[in-house]
Design a protein around this ligand. Structure first.
Ligand SMILES: C[S@@+](CC[C@H](N)C(=O)[O-])C[C@H]1O[C@@H](n2cnc3c(N)ncnc32)[C@H](O)[C@@H]1O
Length: 352
């Protein structure tokens, strides 16, 4: 049985399936349905998903600190701070542009907000460094609103989307790590096949990977062309032919698998008893990993036969709110296209 308090360390960029498997989550993630849509939001920085539900839940918590580990434009944080005077927010984002937007949006809340540029895998260090500001207050909530913001997708200089030509970057933090173009140039064709397969590109993964390695794209248009060259017109499915390839590369370039496993484990570690962890994911592979980690924290890793009762001494750390993911309403999905692929999971910490 895995020790639930065990610390996880990032180890480079690997797939959700590989990482989940190595970390002891049975996770039969062999196929990720392409549910994330690269929708454009021309208005605000980012329209928060499931804002009402999340704000209500976090605002009902006792006085303390909520870690918004994916601060973005500060939409969820602003709603929470406005509604819950007993709550302070420690905001984390790895993107400087998010910090600029959130600083402006949250300035009215003064010292009730502290923002840190970091990854959420580094959450425990961030909390340790903010100890003075936290002042011994309980961590009553952690929010992980995964993936990229609408602004990141819309900003044509960032290279996240096939909808405009741009340098093939895709880093949430463009000041660190390698760009998608460098990643394609560095890895071998087998790694490309593997990340494409895990993102649901089963039939043409090999052809696309070889085409990418031949083309060594440095712009989004070149990447799109290399995918198009590998997939016959007759075999193209609904949606854009390059959707899965763009998503697979983004996940790999940003080490999203490692980030999720490490960040969610850290969230559970940091919460006070009674605190809640709230996770919104946007594709099925990600949601399956969240479900698996929360389930493991719920059972404490116990695999004893139900008839015998638990004899292994496993400790339940969280209770999970609902077995199935919570989905946005039809009305929200109609007004905020990004909400269509969202899945919300919540767990409350019950023991250390
Ligand atoms: C979906 S947006 C969050 C939007 C935010 N909830 C709001 O209301 O504006 C995700 C944000 O999380 C950030 N992010 C994603 N993964 C991250 C990670 N591993 N560490 C830190 N920030 C991350 C992205 O840069 C992006 O700004």
């Amino acid at each position: 049985m895995r020790n639930a308090n065990q610390q996880f360390r990032p180890r480079g960029m690997r797939s959700l399936a590989t990482v989940a498997h190595e970390r002891g989550f049975s996770s039969a993630i062999s196929f990720v349905r392409p549910v994330e849509r690269l929708q454009m939001n021309q208005g605000n920085y980012h329209q928060p998903v499931l804002e009402k539900e999340i704000t209500e839940l976090l605002a009902s918590q006792e006085a303390g600190v909520v870690i918004d580990a994916t601060l973005g434009g500060g939409g969820h944080a602003a709603a929470l701070l406005a509604r819950a005077p007993q709550i302070r927010v420690l905001g984390i984002d790895r993107d400087n542009a998010a910090h600029t937007a959130a600083t402006e949006r949250l300035s009215e809340f003064g010292d009730r907000v502290r923002m840190v540029k970091a990854t959420f895998a580094e959450m425990e260090t961030v909390v340790a460094q903010a100890a003075e500001w936290i002042g011994g207050a309980p961590i009553v909530g952690v929010l992980l609103d995964l993936g990229v913001s609408s602004r990141q997708l819309d900003d044509v200089t960032r290279g996240f989307s096939f909808r405009a030509d741009a340098p093939l970057d895709m880093r949430m933090d463009p000041t660190s790590g390698e760009s998608a173009a460098q990643y394609i140039a560095r890895v071998d064709v087998h790694e490309l096949v593997s990340i494409l397969r895990e993102n649901g590109e089963s039939r043409f993964a090999g052809a696309i990977a070889h085409s990418m390695k031949r083309a060594l794209p440095t712009t989004t248009d070149e990447l799109t062309a290399s995918v198009e060259a590998a997939v016959p017109m007759a075999a193209r499915r609904r949606g854009h032919v390059a959707t899965r390839a763009f998503q697979a590369l983004r996940i790999a370039v940003n080490g999203e698998a490692e980030q999720l496993v490490t960040g969610l484990a850290a969230s559970i570690n940091l919460l006070s008893i009674g605190g809640v962890v709230v996770v919104i994911s946007y594709h099925s592979g990600e949601d399956r990993v969240v479900k698996e980690i929360l389930h493991q924290a719920h059972t404490g890793g116990c695999k004893c036969p139900v008839a015998l009762g638990c004899v292994c001494g496993a400790v339940q750390r969280v209770e999970v709110f609902k077995a199935s993911a919570i989905l946005p309403s039809v009305a929200e999905s109609e007004t905020n296209p990004r909400a269509r692929s969202a899945r919300l999971r919540i767990a409350r910490k019950v023991s250390q």
